[in-house]
Design a protein around this ligand. Structure first.
Ligand code: OGA
Ligand code: MN
Length: 337
């Protein structure tokens, strides 16, 4: 029996709420295919009140591509709050279950960095495809914690022909530390992002399912091949301002525990809203699965045989943290947490 899903657009060009999935039943191939069509078209799908737990959230995510996970961090002794390595912890809670406060500047820098436009894990050599974020426990209504998305395909389409030509073939060097330094310049004054590995992805990438191009100029882009840092930022920052105009942006509110949002990191950018009054007071327990980009540009211009991964949540709390950079199977030096 066919179960037709309903997609209710939330913006003129992207983002839809998807209704009609019975989350208490297994996800059939038919439903999966419809969700796939929906995410290809809208770039962001909102599922309300899923009632999913971590295991079923992970099982749903695994239908849409190979999952990235936190196992490299566990291997080097990182303590995780959540038992499943496929779950990325995007909460304001530390591994000992305490609320994060402003007394932890490295974590604050990480959270502020998350409030800059980005595409998940673009600083790794294999970039992300779909992120699926579930509000396991939301802060009280009216205390903030919304998430914003921007339509990076539409933002690209609307560029002048001259700018499109200028961007053609340009390669960005993506750095997690650059993003954090932008977010917390005083705290990371001494940190030089160039001392750490970066990953190379083109500034304009193709979306395989639709053939549309995307502006991949996230806040991780430190510099562009062949250009100085200053020249690169003078190109990238105005592009981010262009893409961040209200007409390309959709702010999504989290309404109830169990709400879940799926987005395509190869079509949209997103950011957390940092200013929420919940911060330091209420738990915002957000849990995310992240699949790899399964398309031909997943590795950008990086060597697929030389995997580069940079540190993920939970952020290290030592003053200037070591990035997590190694081939998956080699023993990495212990990192202080
Ligand atoms: C993420 C993210 C934003 C938020 O999970 O990748 O950027 O609002 N989250 O928590
Ligand atoms: Mn993110």
């Amino acid at each position: 029996m066919s179960q037709k899903l309903e997609f209710i657009p939330q913006h003129e060009t992207f983002v839809a709420e998807c209704r009609g999935i019975d989350w208490s039943k297994p996800i059939t191939k038919e439903i999966k295919d419809e969700v796939q069509k929906g995410i290809d078209k809208y770039g962001v799908l909102i599922f309300r009140d899923t009632g999913l737990d971590d295991k079923r959230h992970i099982a749903f995510a695994a239908l849409f591509g190979e999952l990235d996970d936190m196992s490299p961090h566990v291997k080097v002794g990182r303590k995780l709050r959540l038992p499943d390595v496929e779950m990325f912890d995007v909460s304001n809670i530390d591994p000992d279950d305490n609320l994060i406060t402003t007394s932890d500047p490295a974590r604050i820098a990480m959270m502020k960095g998350n409030a800059l436009w980005h595409s998940d894990l673009a600083f790794n050599s294999r970039r992300s495809g779909y992120s699926i974020l579930r509000g396991h426990q939301l802060p009280p209504k009216g205390t903030g914690g919304e998430t914003e998305f921007l339509d990076a395909r539409q933002a690209y389409d609307d560029l002048s022909d001259e700018m499109k030509k200028r961007l053609d073939g340009l390669v960005g060097n993506n750095s997690m530390w650059h993003n954090r330094k932008l977010a917390a310049p005083d705290y990371y004054k001494e940190l030089e992002p160039l001392d750490y590995p970066m990953s190379k992805h083109k500034l304009v990438t193709n979306h395989p399912a639709t053939g549309r191009k995307m502006l991949f100029t996230t806040s991780y882009v430190h510099h562009i091949d062949g250009m100085s840092f200053e020249e690169s930022q003078a190109l990238v920052q105005p592009l981010l301002e262009h893409a961040g105009q209200p007409k390309y942006v959709c702010r999504v509110e989290w309404l109830n525990d169990g709400d879940m949002i799926m987005w395509d990191n190869t079509a949209v950018m997103h950011r957390a809203i940092y200013e929420g009054s919940y911060f330091g007071k209420y738990r915002r327990d957000m849990r995310r699965t992240t699949s790899f980009d399964m398309g031909p540009e997943a590795y950008g211009l990086n060597d697929p045989n030389k995997i580069v991964r940079q540190g993920l949540n939970p952020v290290q709390t030592d003053k200037i943290a070591e990035p997590d950079t190694r081939a998956p199977d080699t023993q990495a030096p212990a990192i202080k947490v």
